[in-house]
Design a protein around this ligand. Sequence first.
Ligand code: PMP
Length: 463
Amino acid sequence: MRPMSENHLPTAELQALDAAHHMHPFTEGDALNAKGARIITAAQGCYLTDSDGIEILDGMAGLWCVNIGYGRQEMADAAARQMRQLPFYNTFFQTSHPPAIHLAAKLAEIAPGDLNHVFFNGSGSDSNDTNLRMARVYWAHQGKPEKQVVISRWNGYHGSTMGAASLGGMKGMHKQGGLPIPGIVHINQPDWWAEGGDMSPEEFGIARARELEEMILEVGEDKVAAFIAEPVQGAGGVIVPPDSYWPEIKRILAKYDILFIADEVICGFGRTGNWFGCQTYDLHPDIMTIAKGLSSGYLPIGGSLVSDKVAQVINAGDEFAHGYTYSAHPVAAAVALENLRILQDEKIIETVQAETGPYLKEKWEALTDHPMVGEAKIVGMMASIALTPDKASRAKFAAKAGTVGLMARERCFANHLVMRHVGDRMIISPPLVITKPEIDLLIERARKALDETYAQVKADGLW
Ligand code: PMP
């Protein structure tokens, strides 16, 4: 055992150990190991501190999850209390425990519509695996075992397990490990900026929504189990659909007997300015995927919120042969409950909706005055800008997609701001507790990084 004090080893030594032993998610290992990871050692509010003592404004809330901000003592206390009381027990064999019960009841209270039931999971990915199986079992229990196919969207993100990555529409992920698994088909995404051609955003939104109907008819309604989608695509680049998109999808969902699964792993718990993205877009899912903001990332926990209609069928059938050791982990559940209490008591979502969200929107949309910024999109506290060499034609850079985006991300990091890139889109998803002065700082640093990127793009002849 290495002593705890090795936490405070010099940066170079931590990096060497990291390179020798730690394999990172979504990373080219050799390239990172040659360079060395940036080591984050502490965080408070909206700021990270690295191993050299530098403070960085976290424009991504970790990985879209630290909604209440870092360093809340009440969260640590809730975890410690529960660890002393009951650190673990399962809920498999006709047992339950208070944190699971209270969290399930609380979620039923805040969730829209009749999403009154929860199946707990450990993450967003395994929540979507649960949903995939549950949707298929729902139809099988009703004597329709042939209703198995799930329709999803290209460039949607639903996680990294075999099931969730198959539901996702990331072609780069499908290439690795023989995906997608059978019974999952994809339709195109409503990304007007990249794919809208000569259509108006409204026409394009309708056209892309109608692909759902075309796919239902192509596969056959009698074979389709469900449609899954994020209200706003997050990892795909914060793709905010045209206003015409969701109403048309709703019309189609009402016409066919298939389930709708809303993946709210990012959109849930205030990110879009309401408790759930479904409320922002007036959607009525049968199953909702939740994770991330459920515990503000303080501990891993996810869930499938399930409607009365679906729960009735699943509960009445044979045993649902599914579950995880850490389904409803008591410490994670206690921490999630405390997180929900903080979100509610401190009116964090109301503040996003009425004050800080509109403030960020104004500043964010003003970024389109920058020569390299095409569209700026924002819903609540998730936002993106498209980088382009020509706004009018929505042109792509001559360099490989993502080259300029990566440059901009590195300029942000150098200016002590975490902003991510997806291809040549830059995205933010700050903690929901970000204040107006912190928003000003975020925008100031983003502008500086954009100016530096612009200069570099020109110097490198990429313009
Ligand atoms: N669904 C969505 C919409 C997500 O954004 C993510 C994670 N970014 C997941 C599912 C997967 O969640 P996890 O990483 O917790 O498995």
